[in-house]
Design a protein around this ligand. Structure first.
Ligand code: EPZ
Length: 418
């Protein structure tokens, strides 16, 4: 599984360029199979989740390959070869985003159920509610969800009990090729939803309102494709560097990012007494005085992102005073607390709440990544701990961060892999 070694105590200083968004790229790769002609996606991060998704869409009949380091070309399937196999889907739950596109384009879909993961059960009931609302028949057979439509999907009004990112994406993609108009109410508003909508419209779809609570899709007969499309920068990678800069008392300018996408985090870092200065496609984080304790509640966008909660926990573990984190999105996303406590942190977890009492310093030791963002949080912890921290299970980190050690080394970090 590989290990990362981090020597703590040095402030991060300099400039770093952010890669394309993992979660936008995963959705766009699924949407691309609906097109008639070749698609080229630019600014795609070359990370393991993307490489697995390439395997998944190729397994169902597409032909996706790297044109260059961050440019992917996808030749959509003319017909389905097979369903998405379990051995691939279990590695990447986002494969479930193929359900809507396969039903819309081919009238059938077989996707192995992704199952839960360490941060929560992660059901798909809202995905199913929306697709059934569009006229699909779904059944669970031998651990797979099998879908079919006798005729074309039919537009409908669908209310999401929770603004689920994945369910919004699956329904939006399916509705593009449905007959008539679809309304998605209480839709997710994340930037990745807006990027997917822009991509679908560039392929010839008619999607309006992405980024608001109500998305309106007017179905079209086909999606031409034949376009080049740049993926938005990864706001969570950007946020991870923002937190690392503040936590180490450094001064870092982040390039190739969209400051508006990280506003909830910028506001919290300013509340914690860090400096945050926004540029056009850059953002500078610096520290001039002691950080202050803050309280965080994770919420759907534009609330504070759950994917930044673990990284904040690491930073706040050495901020004098009491900080309170409430995780409202996933039911088991405090696993990193146990590893931080092994480094000397004082954190009390009660259900959805974690209370952090800032300590003088963390001590480097052996810790293990339990999920992608917990792994990133342990790197932040290693950067501020005394001594050396050895992080195992780093394949979790490789799922979502491209060249993370190299980028951190360019900012002065002493970090390596063994
Ligand atoms: C996406 O997951 C992201 N993944 C996650 O990022 C992110 O944490 C999450 O959105 C929230 O922002 C991708 O985009 C590939 P949800 P998704 O559906 O779509 C419940 C990372 O680290 N729910 O918005 O699975 C669910 O249990 C990953 O990059 C239902 O109840 O998130 C959870 O409690 C981790 N029924 C909440 O909604 C459903 O049908 C949020 O889930 C679907 C979801």
């Amino acid at each position: 599984m590989g290990k990362i070694l981090v020597k703590g105590g040095l402030p991060l200083r300099g400039r770093v360029k952010i890669s394309g968004a993992k979660n936008a790229s995963l959705a766009l790769l699924c949407a691309a199979i609906m097109a008639k002609n070749k698609i080229v996606l630019e600014n795609v991060p070359n990370i393991s989740d993307i490489r697995v998704m390439i395997e998944v869409i190729n397994s169902i009949g597409a032909s996706a390959s790297w044109e260059s380091q961050e440019t992917l070309q996808i030749v959509p399937p003319q017909k389905l070869h097979a369903g998405a196999p379990f051995h691939l889907v279990k590695k990447l739950r986002a494969s479930n985003l193929l359900l809507g596109p396969m039903l819309a384009r081919f009238g059938q879909a077989t996707i192995a159920l992704p199952g839960g993961c360490n941060i929560g059960v992660r059901p798909m009931d809202l995905h199913f509610k929306g697709l059934i609302g569009l006229g699909a028949s779904l059944s669970l057979e031998h651990g797979c969800v099998c879908g079919s439509t006798d005729n074309r999907l039919q537009g409908a009004s669908i209310y999401l009990d929770f603004p689920s990112v994945g369910a919004t994406e699956n329904i939006m993609m399916a509705a593009c090729l449905a007959k008539g108009q679809t309304l998605i109410e209480n839709a997710a508003k994340e930037p990745e939803i807006v990027d997917l909508s822009n991509f679908l419209n560039a392929m010839g779809a008619k999607v309006r309102g992405a980024g608001t609570d109500v998305i309106k899709i007017s179905g079209v007969d086909s999606l031409e494709g034949g376009i080049r499309f740049p993926v938005i920068p990864d706001r969570i990678e950007a946020g991870t560097f923002m937190v690392a800069a503040a936590a180490t008392g450094g001064d870092v300018t982040i390039e190739n990012m969209i400051p508006a996408h990280v506003q909830p985090l910028s506001a919290k870092l300013r509340e914690a007494n860090a400096g945050v200065i926004e540029g056009g496609d850059t953002l500078r984080v610096f520290v001039e005085g002691p950080l202050k304790p803050i309280d965080i509640k994770t919420m759907p966008y534009p609330g504070f992102p759950t994917d930044m909660q673990s990284q904040l926990m690491a930073m706040l573990s050495v901020v004098p005073g009491t900080s309170v984190l409430v995780e409202n999105i996933f039911e088991n996303r405090f696993m990193v607390a146990d590893e931080l406590k092994r480094m000397g942190a004082r954190i009390k977890v009660e259900g959805r709440m974690a209370v952090i009492e800032g300590v003088e310093a963390l001590e480097g030791t052996h810790v293990k990544a339990t999920d992608l963002r917990a792994g990133a949080a342990l790197i932040v912890a290693g950067l501020i701990a005394s001594g050396e921290t050895e992080i195992c299970n780093v394949t979790y980190i490789d799922r979502g961060y491209h060249n993370l050690e190299e980028k951190l080394r360019s900012l002065g970090a002493i970090i390596s892999r063994k």
